[in-house]
Design a binder for this molecule. Sequence first.
Ligand SMILES: C[S@@+](CC[C@H](N)C(=O)[O-])C[C@H]1O[C@@H](n2cnc3c(N)ncnc32)[C@H](O)[C@@H]1O
Length: 331
Amino acid sequence: MRALDEELQDVADHYRWFARVEAAPVSPAYAGLAAAVADDADVLDFLGTLPKLKRQANLLLAALTFLHRSPPADGAQLHDRVVGDPERLRATMLARGTQTNEAARCSALLPLLADLPGPLALIEVGASAGLCLYPDRYGYEYDGVRVGPPSAVQLRCTTTGRGPVPSGVPHVVRRAGIDLNPLDPADPEDVDWLRALIWPGMVGRRERLDAAAAIAAREPADLVRGDLLERLPEVVAGMPADSTVVVFHTAVLPYLDAAARDDFVALVTDLPVRWISQEGPGVLPDVAARLPELPDAGENRFLLARDGEPLAWTRPHGGQLDWLPAAARLA
Ligand SMILES: C[S@@+](CC[C@H](N)C(=O)[O-])C[C@H]1O[C@@H](n2cnc3c(N)ncnc32)[C@H](O)[C@@H]1O
């Protein structure tokens, strides 16, 4: 391969990291495709024509899947698709974002929500299509024990350690989301984009997305367009007075720069709300600093915290909760 300039070398490194750390454990097909991109100078050149934030592996692979109705079969097909019609691909990557919406993340949120005094008013910042705003509409199985209503969305979760396993779902009186670009769960094109964001090999995710989108479309949440820092105070102010207002977010803070993340933490801790975060440990350093020990750098896990107190490690797309010792007092 010809020598790359430093900027494209960074892009290649990102694709190698994505292949090894993010994709390999759950989607070998995407790991192979991302590794192929890292060695394909033409595809890297194409990525170099995009703004830095638009070069992500997740976005490229979703856009190719969206435009061709299926992921590339291998690196050679990916190459042909990119060089064959770069303009349409560029337009899709510029117009769309990585707004993956995974209802299964509710299996980690539910135990902390059910432990709060109800009724609850839920506000999700970075909500995408708002599919995590329906924790009370999904059914769960924690280590084989069923919880929640009968539902077309069934979320299985394995736990380790001692934590607050719920006996039921909370009473939710209001659901609101804030997003720079809210997606409409009733819009077939938006749902197609969400499907394209699902990695091949991740069993059950597509069916879960369709079932969760149908639930959300039947009972629409208030999805507000705008920046979470700007819109949060007014959305909090609009919540019913006799409810516990919960602000939560999962897989959102990496989209903010460090200063905006600090501003968000200052804002959310100042508002009359409870705060639940489910994010990679690197984006909330003050929360991670309260951990008994840091995980291996190579591990891709989310840290679940309430009001800034770390309580569990979770799997990024749901299904696993490893309680930290601090969670035992909630059990
Ligand atoms: C990866 S998605 C996560 C969606 C959802 N929280 C979930 O876990 O399934 C991140 C979302 O955050 C939104 N987002 C990023 N920065 C934002 C900001 N400053 N204000 C509001 N939303 C933002 C994006 O538009 C996107 O929909």
